[in-house]
Design a protein around this ligand. Structure first.
Ligand SMILES: Cc1cc2nc3c(=O)[nH]c(=O)nc-3n(C[C@H](O)[C@H](O)[C@H](O)COP(=O)(O)OP(=O)(O)OC[C@H]3O[C@@H](n4cnc5c(N)ncnc54)[C@H](O)[C@@H]3O)c2cc1C
Length: 407
């Protein structure tokens, strides 16, 4: 099927970067996007920050520009989810039953928030935050004086807490961990994040969980496992995400935790065989990173849809041009993960995989001011994070390198 397109399932950042990467590497053939959301690709970080507090902001404010290379030969099928993949026929079937043949397939379906962990889904006033529509729905509820309970203290939970507090809401954060961002940043920096939130009036309920909900038809109170009862007009569930891979069930791909790929972003079976013409990129992809160790992981940071998309686009272009991709796929892929978070006037910037650390060291500044913390596992530097001190944090980028034995 030589006239079939490069089919990209998931019309968001990773999918867009894959298309751009393929064009840049010389692929001039047809491209089709199949995306579950009705919106053209947009940027998610503002959803928990500016967009959540600025009335009237919508898709225009967060849309990614579509580069001129993608103005020709690109079909957008939006508001339509993929329902299954038939590898033997090289076709994706969407939820309406329409078939989408492909020459190469890029899976870019990302994640969705984990659902409410107790009964009560029928109540109104319960929110998650992943999409633009989620953000617009939540924004209208964050009015001054509203009792907002946030379940989860990861980046999304903390950023919503900061935005809601700035909006004049009464904010409570319920978390299973001892301090917010504990897994990502460790107890010292996490404790400092908690202190700064509390200075803005946010209340924390650590080592606690959700036991039940009261209300009809709107949530009115949440009952915590500790027995504490909190008044609640708005409950935000921010307890992590699951990969969108159900549509790949029965396809033969390893989707045990996201889509397992090799260093060339080529999808693998559970037996480790490369699946012909199928790639995965962005948050949904699980791949090894020799900068740290050989363990395949999903990493949910903003720079990785770009890194994986660029890399997959290059391989796809070579593959569709009939080149032998093995040398390209075998060349190391070792992107440096990077993330940032804005909460109040606190700007966090990090590089690496801080959560792999068994030891942390404050190397500059003071926790209650601007500072830089190094993260080590054994003798190896695995991450760095700063509050402020951007140029010092940036200077660490060159200090991460692939161990000689892995090259
Ligand atoms: C609220 C929020 C704030 C964030 N803030 C930061 C930040 O400050 N800093 C940072 O480093 N990172 C941040 N991130 C993370 C970053 O935005 C993500 O890593 C990035 O968006 C992942 O891009 P993606 O294209 O892989 O996946 P996604 O952006 O999730 O896109 C996947 C797309 O696939 C679609 N899809 C799903 N299933 C199907 C299907 N079956 N068929 C067709 N389409 C489907 C989805 O609808 C979606 O449009 C934030 C994320 C969120 C949600």
């Amino acid at each position: 099927m030589t006239d079939a397109p490069l089919l990209i399932v998931g019309a968001s950042m990773a999918g867009l970067r894959t298309a751009e990467g393929a064009r840049r590497a010389g692929y001039a053939g047809p491209i089709e996007f199949l995306g579950a959301e009705a919106h053209a690709p947009y940027n998610r970080p503002p959803l928990s920050k500016e967009l959540l507090q600025t009335e009237g902001h919508g898709h225009d404010e967060v849309a990614f520009p579509i580069r001129s290379a993608l103005e020709q030969g690109v079909t957008w099928t939006l508001g339509r989810a993929a329902a299954s993949l038939d590898i033997s026929r090289r076709v994706v079937i969407d939820e309406a039953g329409d078939e989408h043949p492909y020459r190469a397939l890029a899976i870019a379906t990302g994640l969705r928030p984990k659902p409410l962990p107790v009964d009560g889904h029928a109540l109104t006033g319960i929110h998650v935050l992943r999409t633009l529509d989620d953000a617009v729905g939540l924004r209208t509820s964050l009015r001054p004086g509203a009792n907002v309970v946030i379940l989860g203290s990861g980046f999304v939970g903390c950023e919503i807490a900061a935005t809601a507090a700035k909006n004049g809401c009464a904010v409570s954060v319920v978390t299973q961990s001892a301090v917010p961002l504990e897994r990502a940043l460790g107890p010292e920096l996490g404790g400092e994040v908690r202190r700064r939130h509390e200075a803005h009036g946010v209340r924390f309920f650590p080592r606690d969980g959700l036991f039940g909900l009261v209300g009809d038809p709107c949530v009115e109170r949440v009952i915590l496992s500790s027995g504490v009862m909190l008044e609640c007009d708005v409950l935000v569930v921010a307890i992590g995400s699951d990969p969108n891979t159900e549509w790949l069930a029965g396809s033969g791909l390893d989707v045990s935790d996201g889509v397992l790929v090799d260093g060339g972003l080529r999808a693998l079976t559970a037996e480790g065989a490369v699946v012909p013409d199928v790639f995965a990129v962005g948050d949904v992809a699980r791949y090894p990173n020799p900068l740290f160790d050989g363990v395949a992981r999903r990493v949910e940071h903003w720079n990785l849809p770009t890194e994986t998309g660029k890399r997959a686009g290059q391989l796809i272009a070579a593959h569709l041009a009939g080149e032998n991709c093995e040398p390209l796929a075998a060349a190391g892929f070792a992107p440096l993960p990077s993330f940032w978070s804005d909460q109040y006037d606190m700007h966090l910037l990090a590089f690496g995989m801080t959560y792999l650390a068994d030891r942390r060291e404050l190397v500059a500044g003071a926790l209650d001011d601007e500072c830089v913390v190094e993260y080590h596992r054994g003798d190896a530097l695995v991450g760095v994070c700063g509050i402020g001190m951007r140029s010092l944090v940036q200077s660490y980028r060159s200090r991460f390198s692939v161990p000689t034995a892995a090259v």
